[in-house]
Design a protein around this ligand. Structure first.
Ligand SMILES: [Fe+2]
Length: 474
């Protein structure tokens, strides 16, 4: 260990408020005369205006049952620059739908990260300074905007920022951007991971009423990127995968992340009201998963469907994807709870990610799952022009071709009604039309998934490729 690493380790032991002040005092990186990175080019480039536009043009017919708002979050650096795709300011794009008509608005999440135009290091030790750019979730009457290294920020139904949300002071770790709402209990289950200070992983359980009722530190041997996870009716499942934060690399000025298969990969299964001592760790082959699709219990087994990559970020932090080895394919993992073993099977060979199901089936046996195509031949993260529907019982895939030069976004499911089956509903996605340089919200009938969208809502400006969103029915 060299002197620089020792100094860095000592630095990270300073109290967080002091570290935060130190980070904010570092001069910003020179941004001029730098080649535009992939995450700021083409439809990754930010849009400049916040708009409110009513009576959008609609091709086809919006189902009369759809009454609510589709909201999607994504990175939109307010200065026009961000050091990395992960660190652009969060902008929400909301499409309100009622009586077959649609309106659009887009608004920044106005956190200190936005107000002070911070960059990646400035906000790293201030839990409130969130880019709030990854997901948007409604629970207990609140709309939470999320990014995995900070606290959530609340917005109202007009997408105006209300303030930081720390569950009445009880949440003292970052919150994942991928919490899960149990459809049976209404609980919000979540974890927080951090890389530069311990604890590296903490589990939290929030009641259906929105009160944080349980927090448990979970031991993992080293800090890893843990983007998402899984729940079932009785368990949560952590993914300790070998995308490792390496303080020595960070101290030397090189990439802080490394894919280290020699560290092994494990799934941690814990009863939902359990604690660290109850976690059963199951070894799996080294891999990385940004997004699982779903998990459920069957007899003495837990079955997970995941978008599994052989490797991750092998070319460093800038290379989120980049080739076949680092793009997800649909896999099925079957954990035997008695033997503590896991059978791993590849279900499909198409590169895809951003997996979703009907959220009313989270943690339960879902029949259908949806993903977006990822171009595994591209050098950097490139969305494809297909959405995929998987029949998880028959292991069959149905393709929805968005059309020539139409590039996809995450598919989100909207049910026909609160009591309809998961076969009755629509998949929504904000897609980008390269020829028009504009975006549209497509609404696809899940029972005719390979047919044309039944409605296309033409948006007034392009919506940059982003992250995750949800249908919020009224
Ligand atoms: Fe994600």
């Amino acid at each position: 260990m060299n002197i620089k690493t020792i100094a860095t380790k000592l630095l990270f032991k300073l109290p967080k408020p002091i570290l935060s002040s130190l980070m904010k005092s570092i001069p910003k990186a020179e941004k001029k005369n730098t080649e535009t990175p992939w995450h700021l080019k083409g439809n990754w480039a930010p849009v400049k205006e916040e708009l409110i536009v009513d009576n959008l043009e609609v091709k086809g017919e919006i189902p009369k049952e759809l009454n609510g708002m589709y909201v999607r979050n994504g990175m939109n650096p307010v200065s026009g620059w961000s050091d990395h795709w992960f660190f652009g300011n969060g902008m929400l794009h909301g499409i309100n739908i009622k009586d077959g008509k649609a309106s659009y608005k887009n608004k920044y999440v106005k956190t200190p990260y936005y107000e002070k135009d911070m960059d990646m290091m400035e906000g790293s030790f201030d839990l409130q300074a969130s880019p709030a750019n990854t997901h948007v979730v409604r629970h207990a009457g609140k709309i939470l905007t999320l990014e995995e290294a900070h606290l959530p920020w609340l917005v109202d139904e007009n997408l105006d920022t209300l303030g930081v949300h720390d569950f009445n002071g009880k949440l003292d770790t970052p919150m994942t951007a991928h919490p899960r709402i149990c459809p049976e209990t209404g609980e919000l289950l979540l974890f927080g991971y951090q890389m530069m200070t311990k604890p590296y992983l903490t589990y939290h359980r929030v009641s259906a009423e929105g009160e944080l009722v349980q927090s448990e530190v979970i031991d993992i041997p080293r800090p890893v990127m843990m983007h998402d996870w899984n729940i079932t009716r009785n368990y949560v499942i952590f993914m300790d995968l070998p995308l490792v934060f390496d303080i020595e690399q960070a101290a030397s000025g090189s990439d802080p992340f490394g894919f280290r298969p020699e560290c092994g990969a494990r799934l941690g299964i814990m009863p939902r009201n359990g604690s660290n001592k109850d976690v059963k760790w199951v070894e799996i082959n080294p891999c990385f998963v940004f997004h699982p699709m779903n998990a459920y219990e069957e007899e003495n087994k837990i079955i997970l469907h995941v978008c599994r990559q052989n490797k991750a970020m092998v070319g460093g932090m800038d290379e989120i994807y980049g080739g076949d080895e680092t793009t997800g394919k649909l896999w099925k993992w079957t954990i035997n709870l008695k033997s503590g073993s896991c059978v791993e099977e590849q279900i499909d060979d198409r590169s895809c990610d951003f997996a979703r199901i009907d959220d009313r089936k989270i943690g339960l046996k879902a029949k259908n799952g949806y993903t977006m195509e990822i171009d595994e031949k591209a050098d950097s993260l490139t969305f494809g022009n297909h959405l995929y529907k998987f029949d998880l019982e028959k292991n069959q895939r149905i393709d929805h071709n968005l059309g020539k030069n139409i590039i996809g976004g995450e598919p989100a499911f909207a049910p026909k009604s609160s009591i309809s089956s998961e076969d009755e509903g629509w998949v929504m996605s904000i897609v980008y039309d390269k020829d028009l340089d504009k975006s549209k919200l497509v609404i696809i009938d899940t029972q005719n998934f390979n047919k044309e969208a039944i409605a296309e809502i033409m948006l007034p400006e392009r919506v940059p490729f982003g992250a995750h969103g949800n249908w919020m029915a009224n």
